[in-house]
Design a protein around this ligand. Structure first.
Ligand code: ADP
Length: 765
């Protein structure tokens, strides 16, 4: 326990002081009163004593005095003077003559008689001087004088004062101590409260709780604790709110900075208006657009006024501004300098829906308009050029294919006749050259079609196994001739049927096979077809993996990427040695990509190459019934009408078909074809598209109309055309044709299609 010096400013100090003051006053009163009483009682005692002495001495002295027995008087006096407290005694006769004296020098005059009792100091001692008559029977004989020593009263008084003061001091000390203790006990809670409050004032909002209790101070402590708890909580909340506010302010500042940077960097002029349509912000681009110098303050200006600030203001800035204000969303105007500016207005709305003004953006669209016009013109020119190219290609391809059909077909026919060895050799060369010319032509056409985005893939169900076997089969003879082993491996889980474009798939495979054949002189070519690892990841999808591995010359590593680019070959000497355009792989790559797949190659120069590709086809429904293809030799005398204006092609078709047992009639144009169809019924019509008088499309439409009007069965019509474009095919089908073969065709292709069309008229391709 630690005592503090009581301080006047503390309650304890003041209590103590007040208590001591009260004590002091009371004790002083007490001691004073005691003194007074003591003095009174001792004085009365002394007075009594003095009064009592007189009759006794009177009685003793009457006789000797009356007899003038001075010696006896003296003896009585001396005896009496021996009594303590009597300082002197003297007897004076009637005439005032001193008779006897004791305790007082004879010559010295007697002191003056006190009129009443007094403790006055006389000759150094307190003494009461008394005079009493000595009388008998009313007759005065003399006067008795005596002095009483009152020192004991003074001593008693002094003792009383000394003890009283000592007791008072002791009591004051004792009560000061007790009061201090009591005060401390009483005020320690207050002190604790003070300390806790001071702690709060210093910033410690959660001071240690002060002592609580049942008394007033204890309840005050409890109240203080409750209050400081609440204050602490509130302060905590305030602090966290403050922290949040600081964070918010920081975030806002960052937002502001970002927004500022954005607005400064924007090429748009930006103007913010307050709800009273007065400017509150413009960005640098706005100033730039309207040539408003940086120093000019824009705050609070109406838009008309603002635009008038421009170094070259619009002709009537106020009008422009009013126009903008009236139009709520968008406006466009021409400036004096010929530039076009578009303005767009947006309401600025707070999240609670309160509108706090409007934002205008101003864009100088002069240049972009110009560019857009130029772009549009360029685009139109490019489209026109592309259309011209496409139609040129179509025309060219038609023009070249028609004679090619004749050359190839006729050469083939000629080769089937009796020929000398030399003639056969020459014709074989003609045939080979025509074939390769055709393949080049096809490549170029395919490539430009793909490039122009005009190649569409089919979605038909086909027999995958047959397609692969037939394609590989086409190379059997060639491989045998070169002494190369040709192996085909179909994975056991490879489905038979697939949905996709068999012609284009075959084209890719053919291309890889013919390259492998071209660049391999010994060893083997191995073809593998299986399901790709990704297959069945998507329901209904059929991912196929093809690989064609050869043991040929191989491709240098640095050429591996290049060979898929159009018109590129790994070695230019190759062109001379092996021929080719460098388009095959480029086409293959594009076709594969169109089938959602990819193609790649691995190769070791001198060891061989492996080309692989994956394509995504769709799983096909299993076929409901297999249509037995008609044997080629079994035309069975079916009657076929060939509508064709070119004599060489007439002849070709006629020869091919009649050799296979078909009966063939000819029509030179559409009109003739229509006549013949009305007169006779045919198993099939082969219809050229481009014919004089009436073209194939029109003839077909008319035949269909006639059949419908006369309730005749629908004759299968297959188009023969040198127009190899997909659009042509579409047009044929729309006109009511059932199939399509493009010229030049190979004999077996034509015969297969004819056989198929006759047996299942609507499914011919
Ligand atoms: P090309 O019509 O010239 O064959 P491709 O695009 O089919 O055009 O092939 C491009 C080039 O890729 C070929 O000229 C050849 O250099 C190289 N190439 C393609 N396949 C093979 C292969 N199996 N072995 C070696 N080189 C090949």
């Amino acid at each position: 326990m630690k005592f503090r010096r009581p301080h006047l400013r503390t309650v304890r100090g003041r209590l103590l002081l007040a208590a001591i003051a009260v004590e002091a006053v009371m004790l002083t009163l007490l001691v004073g009163n005691s003194l007074r009483l003591l003095q009174g009682s001792l004085g009365a005692q002394a007075e009594n004593h003095a009064a009592q002495m007189a009759p006794v001495l009177n009685a003793a002295l009457v006789a000797p005095l009356a007899q003038s027995d001075t010696a006896t008087v003296q003896a009585i006096l001396d005896e009496s003077q021996a009594v303590p407290g009597i300082e002197y005694l003297a007897v004076i006769d009637r005439r005032g003559k001193l008779v006897a004296i004791s305790g007082w020098p004879r010559g010295k005059p007697l002191p003056k008689v006190d009129s009443r009792f007094s403790l006055e100091q006389k000759d150094g001692i307190p003494r009461y001087d008394v005079a009493r008559p000595i009388q008998i029977a009313g007759q005065q004989l003399g006067t008795l004088r005596y002095g009483l020593d009152l020192s004991h009263i003074i001593a008693a008084r002094r003792d009383l004062v000394t003890q009283g003061v000592a007791i008072a001091l002791g009591e004051i000390l004792l009560s000061a101590g007790l009061l201090t203790l009591l005060g401390y006990w009483m005020t320690r809670h207050l002190a604790a409260l003070t300390r806790a409050s001071e702690a709060v004032a210093r910033g410690n909002y959660t001071p240690d709780p002060v002592i609580e209790g049942d008394d007033d101070v204890g309840r005050l402590g409890a109240a203080f604790n409750a209050m400081s708890r609440v204050v602490g909580e509130r302060i905590g909340e305030l602090m966290s709110t403050r922290d949040e506010l600081i964070t918010l302010a920081y975030t806002l500042e960052q937002e502001h900075a970002r927004l500022g940077a954005l607005l400064s960097s924007m090429e748009f002029g930006v103007l913010f208006l307050n709800p009273a349509e007065r400017a509150i912000y413009v960005n640098p681009a706005f100033r730039h657009l309207w040539n408003i110098p940086d120093g000019v303050d824009i705050q609070g200006r109406a838009m008309g006024h603002l635009l008038a600030l421009a170094e070259q203001p619009p002709a009537d800035p106020v009008m422009v501004a009013n126009a903008l204000l009236d139009l709520d969303r968008q406006a466009e105007f021409q400036r004096d300098d010929g530039r076009t500016v578009t303005a767009r207005g947006y309401p600025v709305v707070m999240s609670d829906g309160q509108k706090i003004g409007r934002l205008w953006t101003f864009v100088d669209v002069t240049l972009s308009r110009l560019h857009a016009h130029q772009m549009q013109a360029a685009k139109e020119a490019a489209e026109a050029a592309s259309a011209a190219k496409a139609s040129f290609l179509a025309t060219m391809s038609h023009e070249i294919r028609t004679p090619m059909n004749g050359i190839i077909g006729m050469t083939q026919l000629a080769l089937e006749t009796e020929l000398s060895e030399e003639q056969r050799e020459y014709l074989t060369w003609v045939h080979t050259s025509a074939e390769s010319l055709l393949s080049i032509l096809n490549d170029i056409l395919d490539f430009s079609k793909i490039d122009a985005g005009r190649l569409d893939l089919e979605q038909v169900s086909f027999n995958l196994h047959d397609m692969v076997r037939q394609t590989v089969g086409l190379f059997t003879a060639q491989a045998g001739g070169k002494g190369i082993a040709l192996k085909l491996d179909l994975a056991p889980d490879l489905p038979r049927e697939a949905l996709g474009d068999p012609i284009r798939l075959r084209q890719v495979l053919t291309n890889l096979l013919s390259n492998a054949m071209k660049f391999t002189s010994a060893g083997a070519i191995a073809v593998h077809v299986g399901l790709a690892a990704t297959s069945a990841r998507v329901p209904g999808r059929l991912d196929l993996h093809f690989s064609v591995a050869d043991s040929g010359v191989g491709i240098p590593a640095d050429k591996l990427d290049m060979i898929f680019s159009p018109f590129s070959q790994a070695d230019s000497s190759i062109t001379r040695r092996f021929g080719g355009t460098g388009l095959g792989l480029a086409i293959a790559q594009r076709l594969v990509a169109m089938m959602d797949g990819r193609i790649w190659v691995e190769s070791q120069p001198g060891q061989g190459s492996t080309f692989q590709f994956v394509v995504a086809l769709r799983q096909a429904e299993p076929p409901k019934g297999v249509v037995a293809p008609m044997a080629r030799s079994e035309g069975g005398g079916a009657h076929v009408l060939v509508a064709e204006d070119t004599p060489v092609n007439q002849r070709l078709a006629q020869t091919l078909l009649s050799k296979r047992g078909y009966r063939v009639s000819l029509a030179n144009d559409g009109v003739e074809a229509l006549d013949k169809c009305q007169a006779e019924s045919f198993a099939l019509v082969l219809m050229d598209m481009q014919m004089p008088n009436m073209d194939g499309l029109e003839a077909t439409e008319k035949i269909r109309a006639y059949e419908k009007a006369n309730g005749q069965p629908r004759v299968p019509i297959v188009a023969m055309t040198a127009n190899a474009m997909e659009v042509d095919r579409q047009r044929c089908l729309e006109a009511g044709m059932d199939g399509f073969i493009s010229k030049p065709f190979r004999a077996d292709e034509l015969l297969a299609l004819v056989a198929q069309s006759i047996s299942s008229p609507t499914s011919a391709g």
